[in-house]
Design a protein around this ligand. Structure first.
Ligand SMILES: *[C@@H]1O[C@H](CO)[C@@H](O)[C@H](O)[C@H]1NC(C)=O
Length: 289
């Protein structure tokens, strides 16, 4: 009996170890996940050291299960609100996903936040998510006055607050920056993960936060599809906590390319030379209507 339980614990430990490292053990440099070769993946040749812009004493804030839940809940609250159609400017959302925490997106956000600056990284796509979006922010505050949770909550609130500048069409670009708001309500952002860092800056404390989302916004694509009623298009029902969002089980095609722009067809030519080596050339040509 004793021996069996030892074996059982051993196997369980191996499975758990694999969940955390086997799944993430591939090389981010080798995979061709970034849209242009010049765009380097945030995790490629990154040993996780702090960036040159960081102050001494910069430290990551651990994302406890509690904190993860808090962040996801705040984001879902805002999504649920917009999806309901309560903001009269925006009609109800046909099929908006419930956001869940994803450890890999969080790990990559952590690498980005360790740069201690307010710019997005170049690329952070994963095997599961090919169009990962990112929001970056910071808050400056006097020490010991606010909890980490308050600061993070405040930042997410700020991002959401861009809605005040947004037009009915939710157009990107133009003069007003609403990219963070638009990312928060992207219907296919099924997963998210954040990294948070704190450092001292003169007399002040500074908190950086980077959040990655399973699906980024695409320029020509609406942030969400409009429904006659919120969640009317959900195939698996609605989320009991957030009734204007689909249930967590709802399947979404997070990797689909822009549905609203004609896709060029990809032509692939293969040549076989005498010694068996092959060369491949790919070329895209716009599809004829
Ligand atoms: C990690 O990478 C940085 C920057 O590329 C380098 O300066 C540092 O020496 C590396 N640290 C380790 C422990 O390899």
């Amino acid at each position: 009996m004793f021996r069996v339980s030892h074996i059982y614990v051993g196997v369980l430990a191996l499975v758990l170890f694999c969940l955390f490292s086997c799944a993430h053990g591939w090389d981010y440099c080798q995979e061709h996940w970034c849209s242009r070769p010049a765009l380097q993946h945030v995790a490629c040749n990154n040993n996780g050291s702090l960036g040159a812009k960081c102050k001494s004493g910069a430290r990551l804030i651990p994302m406890s299960a509690d904190m993860q839940q808090f962040i996801v809940r705040q984001v879902n609250l805002y999504r649920n609100q917009v999806a309901s159609g309560a903001f009269r400017k925006w009609p109800p959302a046909e099929r908006m996903a419930t956001v869940q925490w994803d450890p890999e997106l969080a790990k990559l956000a952590e690498l980005a936040v360790k740069q201690c600056h307010l710019a997005t990284d170049n690329c952070r796509n994963t095997r599961r998510f090919k169009h990962v979006g990112q929001i970056v922010g910071h808050v400056i505050f006097s020490a010991n006055r606010f909890s980490q949770r308050q600061l993070i909550g405040h930042k997410i609130y700020n991002w959401f607050n861009q809605y005040k500048k947004a037009t009915a069409g939710l157009g990107l670009g133009l003069r007003k920056d609403i990219t963070s708001f638009r990312q928060l309500i992207q219907e296919r952002a099924t997963h998210m993960g954040c990294g948070v860092l704190q450092q001292q800056r003169h007399r002040w404390q500074q908190q950086f936060i980077v959040c990655n989302f399973a699906r980024q916004n695409v320029h020509h694509e609406p942030a969400y599809a409009i429904g006659h009623k919120a969640a009317a298009g959900c195939q698996t029902g609605t989320n009991p906590q957030f009734p204007n969002l689909c249930a967590v089980e709802e399947p979404f095609d997070v990797n689909a390319v822009d549905r609203y722009v004609p896709k060029p067809t990809l032509l692939i030519k293969m040549k076989y030379s005498e010694d068996g080596m092959e060369s491949i050339s790919a070329k895209s040509r716009p599809k004829r209507a």
